[in-house]
Design a protein around this ligand. Structure first.
Ligand SMILES: Nc1ncnc2c1ncn2[C@@H]1O[C@H](COP(=O)(O)OP(=O)(O)OP(=O)(O)O)[C@@H](O)[C@H]1O
Ligand SMILES: [Mg+2]
Length: 210
């Protein structure tokens, strides 16, 4: 089983959007997928509750209820985490992970906060010592012509961890989320550009050697 944690202490950067879309991606490919929601806001579980029953199934787990009960044949587990995680809680979350995805928004406040989170918290965790290849940044809600995008790119280059994707700001994510779907399940003509943007990330989470 492969466990992918989506985490950033900064709120609203796209953790739930990326976690639910990753879950949708794997489920659509026939992979037995579990989605664990560690956030008291329960946004991932609410997304799952809105999901039509005939869509490829995803096993939802309320991660706040202590130990995680996953179906025995689960192949991929995606963990959505809450904002403001630090210290012991962060360490407990990351210990479960094979791979860690950190979404970052292209705003000065978010870039600075992500820098503190990565260099001050994440890279110090025992569970990730010597495993920086298992962490990836995803730039989210990017408008490519925005000036700040170059600041984000500079920031990403300075990190010891790789930048595996850039997702644009689009209503497609909001539309899909409203229906309990991932963008992989919307009309291909509508999301062609988004599917291209997801490819490096889905490849990285599927193929990185553990
Ligand atoms: N690429 C995107 N394009 C457009 N809207 C987006 C995109 N990514 C996220 N959003 C929207 O931004 C808002 C915040 O995203 P999301 O809930 O995924 O962040 P989060 O990190 O999980 O937040 P929290 O810290 O509160 O859990 C949501 O309304 C979501 O639909
Ligand atoms: Mg969330």
């Amino acid at each position: 089983m492969r466990t992918i944690v989506v985490v950033n202490s900064k709120g609203g950067c796209g953790k739930t959007t990326i976690a639910t879309n990753l879950a949708g991606h794997f489920a659509k490919r026939g992979v037995r997928t579990a989605l664990v929601d560690l956030d008291p806001q329960q946004s991932s579980l609410e997304w799952l509750a809105a999901r039509p029953g005939w869509r490829p199934s995803i096993h939802g787990v309320d991660g706040q209820k202590g130990s995680l009960h996953l179906p025995r044949n689960t192949q991929v587990t995606i963990i959505d985490s809450p904002a403001r995680v630090h210290g012991r809680q962060l360490s407990d979350i990351v210990r479960r992970a094979d791979l860690v995805v950190v979404p970052v928004l292209p705003s000065p406040i978010d870039i600075r906060a992500a820098g503190h989170f990565i260099t001050g918290d994440l890279l110090h965790l025992g569970a990730l010592k010597g495993k920086s290849g298992r962490i990836a940044l995803v730039a989210n809600r990017v408008r490519e012509n925005a000036k700040i995008f170059s600041a984000l790119q500079t920031f990403l280059r300075r990190q010891e961890i790789r930048h595996v994707g850039t997702l644009r700001d689009t209503q497609n994510y909001i539309r899909a989320a409203a229906m309990g779907l991932s963008i992989f399940e919307l009309a291909p003509s509508l999301v062609a550009r988004d599917l291209d943007q997801w490819r490096p990330l889905t490849r990285w989470v599927s193929r990185t050697k553990l």
